[in-house]
Design a protein around this ligand. Sequence first.
Ligand code: PRX
Length: 656
Amino acid sequence: MSELALDALHHETRRFPPPEDLAREANATAETYAAAETDRLGFWEEQARALSWEAPWSQVLDWQRPFSKWFVGGRLNACVNAVDRHVENGAGEKVAFHWIGDGERERRDVTYADLQREVCKAANALTSLNVKAGDRVTIYMPMIPETVVTMLACARIGAPHNVVFCGFSSDSLRGRILDSDSRVVVTTDGQFRRGAPTPVKPAVDEALEACPDVRSVLVVRRTGDEVAWNDARDVWWHDVVDSASDQHEAAAFDAEHPLFMMYTSGTTAKPKGILHTTGGYLTHVSATHRLVFDLKPDRDIYWCAADIGWITGHSYIVYGPLINQATSLMYEGTPHPNDKARWWKLIQDHKVTILYTAPTTIRTLMKWGAEELEPYDLSSLRLLGSVGEPINPEAWMWYRDTVGGGRTPVVDTWWQTETGGIMITPLPGVTATKPGAAMTPFPGVSADVVDNDGKSVPDGGGGFLVLTEPWPGMLRGIWGDDERYKQTYWSRFEGVYFAGDGAKRDEDGDLWLLGRVDDVMNVSGHRISTTEVEHALVSHPSVAEAAVVGATDATTGQAIVAFVTPRGSVAEDESSGDEFVQSLRDHVAKQIGPIAKPRQVLVTPELPKTRSGKIMRRLLRDIAEHRELGDVTTLLDPTVTDAIRERMAGGSEKEE
Ligand code: PRX
């Protein structure tokens, strides 16, 4: 965030108290904060009691810093909590998901009883493929009900799932299959993107060329397009799942049994497998879902517009809402310029009451204009949530006033793949919100803002966000790498969790999140590492060196800008053309996935370096954001930046 924007935060005086009718019936009240304040662990125990346990825990927390165990000795089954118990309680006919396809007319309503039947079949099918408790299963699937069914079936048999976002390349997928040592992969023939079928399975086939241990690929027929088939390995979902028994006895697992892993980008080129376990995670996501979104299962239609391939989808499309017996809208598509009113129509037609989405989407819809939503009745909306990146006050106000008609509280929720669930957020019936602020830690969560030496900053100060006490949904580690877990999160400041985000505490003590302080970029709410993109670029045969920075972007929050030095063997006229730049962008998309495609690639004979040979990214960021350059005295060759600037001025920016 720029200095200017930071300064503006100082002067934000607007306050939005909770609407009275919401406050009167809110799931969370001032008492909720008070209860957690008095007895933090007791508060979490109370939340855990909302789940069904087969055996109770004997200890709430076992904290061997930085390793935590929650609800020690407790036993439960995640899928039983998300599905079976609702059916047993007579809610079998309640819709769990109104699923809406990307195309015009496709829709399916999936009830809790439907889910139970499908999940039991899938659990039996996975068992017949020899998947056992503890075995990892990689899931590479689009936003269709079978993806949820597969996750729940894995959870039911105690096989940790490893969902890989379907937009990742075969290379990225391969890395995640290998690191998790998955022996079974579940996928689809293809998917629909913006109404058109696009292939999915070929990426799996390509990835598996170097994954000799994968013995089965279970394939859902989605588009019906022709796919290559390996008889020794591939099985159709409709052959093995549809014919499987819909009866399946679920066993209970230890509270600390691994539920899933999710790979996320860090500051190195290798993504980290963030590990989540069962009892604590489910407690955290269901409590936050119930209290932050004020969920009333009998009245609300809840829509979390994330993709299941990210943590938001895991926690707030699948586990949180299902545990709370919510009825959700699940939409396969994303906002599209050819159908600008689709979102508003979905909200109107399904009478959506709670919407949870990312600032980048809000800004896109805002750019398309209020006139797109005016013809639609959005009066069903009563609560709006934001997640994934800092939300600028203009987008926050537009969300509240134009989308929410000025009635709806906006909850800006800060959290991470690592935290499992929401950590810093307003509570809609209690907090008087400020446009752009995540406000306060959720009850039972302890956060602080510290300076470079780890000292808590006073009100009005800025620094690094840290979490000072363990919480139930916290990651239990990085898959197969305890040392990296300690290094990444627990070594920057003694004894506290380092989130990697900058934050400010205002004069009232409320928190504002300011974006990453490390080499992680946030593009449209997607976490991408600069190092990962740099590695992808230098793996191109014509590239000698690359430096990547995240530049502020009005729509996507940040955009990837790459500075590239070609190899000496590459002719000047070859490297200066658009074609070369395009080939580099495509190369990154191929290596990582289209989400990592740089907005801009600048080819330059040299990168600005210090005398000791370090690339000065700070200067590149200044250049990418068209700012005056900071201190250049340590540069080995100060003329380099002028040359880059000139090229920058002549270059064009690409949007996909
Ligand atoms: O920088 C923060 C930003 O997203 C990062 C976490 O990314 P990921 O693990 O992919 O999870 C995204 C969804 C939870 C954080 O380190 N971030 C997330 N929510 C916010 C945010 N930044 C500011 N405000 C938020 N509400």
